[in-house]
Write a protein that binds this ligand. Structure first.
Ligand SMILES: [Zn+2]
Ligand SMILES: [Zn+2]
Length: 431
């Protein structure tokens, strides 16, 4: 905040809280090429990587070109009884939309087309401006936007889904991969490098170095006079800067996001989102997610039915992937979120870093539950002969909504509730 003394802000800038286990560390200057890890859980906290911005710029431009290629040309060609069929992402989405699955088509369009494209452009502009050390305000807004967009970009999972879809068709068709498919794979590799592994935090560190005050590795004299209590520090969920929690209205001193919410005011919302998702789990599993129309008649598959059919076919790894992603992951997410929500109400004597790690696990496994919906999308686009058609079933819409509400519930969960409950528990023990 504006009225914060300079010394205090610099002191905060020198601190880092581990995103995985919430342990507080003080930053030390690093030699080039080195990184610092959390002393508790080994997560990379920050790094000194002098060529980083050049690499981000080069990779994001390359990624944009690859993404264009991946979308402009067919990904796969299949041969069925002498008929050839091509599929591109656009085509698959159009088929879904045309068969009335507006919610599914829209959700998939956002996750594999619109948001990934925005993320790429965002990276190009950020890296370009930062290299010139220009337009700090715009860079800051774009970095905040990146933090909000990346959880919803799921091309990596979509790519795995293409392979799963092809295994489902295996035996019935001949499959040829187009140039676009390989472009997509290369794009995913770049996307993983840019968006995973604490690298957004690294861009924020560079933002701080280029646009604000003294470099983080110079120690100002007299700074040790500033006293901050560890208990009142919190990590900004958007930019990872360490902030002091000041009861009412804390605005992050680095990215400007509102990071303070009144204790427990948001818990009710998380409960509501989670319960909605849990209710949707039933139609998502009871209704067919896939319908097959052929000359032999009409058949449909629920998620479990599809898993059993794959298993009987001998496609054990794929059956396992779909079972884990579509059945186990959502239930696991429900249980973990329920456990966290109940544990902040009735504090348990478990270490809070363990609960923080549980929470991180939810964020990592969550998006994988989309695999089966993506598979249905691809099959709908791929198999559309007049005599043999695969289309989405009503279960797909329920499933997409379930994933959506579960993600919102996880995003609305405030990790600070864990700390607050821990404080309450300790007070209780003292009483
Ligand atoms: Zn840690
Ligand atoms: Zn922030």
């Amino acid at each position: 905040m504006g009225d914060r003394p300079q010394g205090e802000r610099e002191k905060l800038d020198r601190l880092v809280i581990c995103p995985k286990c919430n342990t507080l560390h003080e930053k030390v200057p690093l030699p080039p090429g080195q990184h610092a890890k959390c002393r508790v859980c080994d997560t990379v906290l920050y790094r000194h990587d002098p060529g980083y911005l050049d690499r981000v710029l080069a990779l994001s431009i390359t990624g944009t070109l690859l993404f264009l290629i991946a979308n402009l040309f067919p990904l796969v060609k299949i041969d069925l009884l002498g008929h050839q069929q091509y599929v591109s992402i656009f085509e698959a989405l159009y088929q879904l939309y045309a068969s009335g699955f507006y919610v599914v088509a829209l959700a998939v369009a956002f996750m594999v087309l619109i948001i990934p494209a925005l993320v790429l452009v965002d990276y190009v502009v950020v890296a370009y401006l930062m290299r010139q050390q220009r337009a700090g305000g715009i860079v800051r807004d774009l970095l905040v936007m990146l933090a909000h967009l990346t959880p919803w970009s799921m091309v990596d999972i979509f790519t795995v889904s293409i392979l799963v879809a092809l295994v489902k068709l295996r035996g019935e068709v001949t499959i040829h991969f187009g140039v676009s498919f390989w472009a997509l794979i290369a794009y995913v590799a770049i996307d993983l490098y840019l968006t995973r592994g604490k690298r957004l935090g690294h861009l924020w560190d560079l933002y701080q170095r280029y646009y604000r005050s003294a470099p983080a590795d110079t120690v100002r004299e007299g700074m040790d006079d500033v006293v901050l209590s560890e208990e009142s520090l919190l990590r900004c969920p958007v930019c990872e800067a360490v902030n002091e929690d000041r009861e009412e209205q804390t605005v992050c001193h680095r990215c400007g996001s509102h990071i303070y919410r009144h204790p427990n005011s948001g818990v009710g919302r998380t409960w509501a989102l989670l319960l909605t998702a849990m209710i949707l789990y039933f139609p998502a599993n009871l209704y067919p997610i896939l319908e097959i129309k052929s000359l032999m008649g009409h058949s449909s598959n629920t998620i479990i039915g599809g898993v059993i059919a794959l298993w009987d076919d001998g496609s054990y790894p794929v059956a396992l992937i779909i079972f884990l992603a579509s059945v186990v992951v959502p239930i696991l997410k429900f249980i973990l979120l329920l456990y966290l929500l109940i544990s902040i109400r009735y504090p348990v004597a478990e270490s809070k870093s363990a609960r923080h790690r549980l929470f991180t696990l939810i964020e990592i496994i969550g998006p994988w539950s989309m695999v089966d919906v993506f598979v249905v999308t691809i099959l709908t686009g791929l198999v559309k002969y007049s005599s043999f058609k695969i289309i989405a079933g009503p279960g797909a819409t329920a499933f997409v909504l379930m994933v959506f509400f579960t993600m919102l519930a996880a995003l609305s969960f405030d990790p600070r509730w864990i700390r607050e409950s821990e404080e309450r528990r300790r007070e209780h023990v003292v009483d």
